[in-house]
Design a binder for this molecule. Structure first.
Ligand SMILES: Nc1nc2c(ncn2[C@@H]2O[C@H](COP(=O)(O)OP(=O)(O)OP(=O)(O)O)[C@@H](O)[C@H]2O)c(=O)[nH]1
Ligand SMILES: [Mg+2]
Ligand SMILES: [Zn+2]
Length: 326
């Protein structure tokens, strides 16, 4: 079936070369699904690639070629506009690209589960580091309305400026679902991230308007999900716009996130301009304005401690990376 690749976000230079190009919509071990102008094809992705080369990610634009004994293979991954990444859970020193070429990151959280502030801070750091817009969607509102306010307050205390939408994905008439759909413009890519059972796949189905993603029950005892989604897969909505459903995140290691960390902790960054040392780690340095604020009771000590540990995580990571290169 012929495909209009501008539905998949192709424009300008990409459209000029459309005969050899495609966009990765799913990555499996050694193989990918790629949308090309004639439809979806299966492509070999890594048999001839070395470890040091860029690994293909869902959302990548790729140039393809045909190799006689292999079939269609990826010749080149085109430069990425941006990427949503975390630290690779299986290799502490490496980056794992979750989705490439993203316009909107949707952080999904079910109000039936606890929301530790540290998790939101980490997810925001990941999201903002991708240079995409970020929005938080609280799901399952119909089930436990009394928990909504509590979750909103937790988020607003951390990120007063972030847009939060509360939805019930099981209700197709939900007005916030429509608002969210309007945010995902034709040709643009939205990536959904969050823990297992938060309702990412249910939200994908609700936004798409049909059942395309498999969903799973949560455990009754603690409302945790069962890791139903196992690949990062992009789908095209009938009204335009691309959604990438992702597996529930078990670990949210930040990666190369200096700038976004400063943004997430903007309040503390502002105060730290008054620290004596401009590289103050707000540990035991003298004349630390942040610690002064804590002793005066105007700054939340727990937030400072979370900031410190994320800063440390980043410094350790840079150190390990530098060691790896040397
Ligand atoms: N009533 C209601 N139930 C929801 C909503 N969102 C998700 N659920 C339910 O929550 C459970 C988990 O939803 P999923 O969409 O599978 O969650 P997920 O985030 O995709 O989970 P993983 O794929 O495991 O990462 C399912 O039983 C859904 O029916 C919602 O907005 N309202
Ligand atoms: Mg899922
Ligand atoms: Zn300080």
């Amino acid at each position: 079936m012929a495909v209009n690749l501008s539905d998949y976000g192709a424009s300008g230079n990409l459209l000029a070369e459309i005969n050899e190009l495609g966009r990765i919509v799913r990555v499996d071990r050694g193989e990918c699904d790629v949308i090309v102008k004639d439809g979806k094809i299966r492509v070999i992705s890594d048999s001839s690639r070395s470890q040091s080369e860029t690994a293909p990610a869902t959302g990548d634009w790729v140039r393809l070629k045909t190799v006689p004994e292999l079939g269609t293979v990826i010749e080149e991954i085109l430069p990425r506009k941006n990427r949503l990444s975390r630290r690779d859970p299986s290799d502490e020193r490496g980056e794992q690209v979750l989705v490439a070429n993203v316009d909107l990151v949707i952080i999904v959280h079910g109000i039936d589960r606890p929301l530790p502030p540290g998790r939101i801070e980490r997810l925001l750091t990941l999201g903002w580091e991708s240079q995409s817009e970020v929005i938080i969607v609280l799901t399952k509102v119909s089930e436990m309305d009394n928990l909504l306010e509590e979750k909103m307050e937790i988020i607003q205390a951390i990120a007063p400026e972030i847009q939060i939408l509360s939805v019930d994905s099981s209700n197709m008439q939900d007005s916030n679902l429509k608002k969210l759909r309007d945010r995902i413009k034709p040709g643009s890519t939205a990536a959904l991230i969050g823990e297992s059972g938060s309702g990412k796949s249910s939200l994908v189905n609700a936004l798409a308007g049909f059942e395309i993603a498999e969903t799973g029950e949560v455990r009754p005892s603690d409302r945790r999900g069962r890791h139903t989604t196992v690949t990062r897969e992009m789908i095209l909505c009938p009204e335009g716009g691309l959604l990438v459903d992702t597996p529930g995140l078990r670990s949210i290691g930040i990666w190369d996130a200096k700038d976004s960390l400063k943004k997430v902790f903007g309040d503390l960054e502002e105060v730290s301009e008054n620290c004596r040392f401009n590289d103050c780690a707000h540990e035991s340095e003298p004349d630390c304005a942040v610690n002064e604020g804590v002793s005066l009771g105007v700054i939340d000590a727990r937030r400072v401690s979370r900031y410190r540990s994320l800063l440390k995580e980043l410094t350790d990571q840079q150190f390990k990376q530098a060691k790896r290169k040397s």
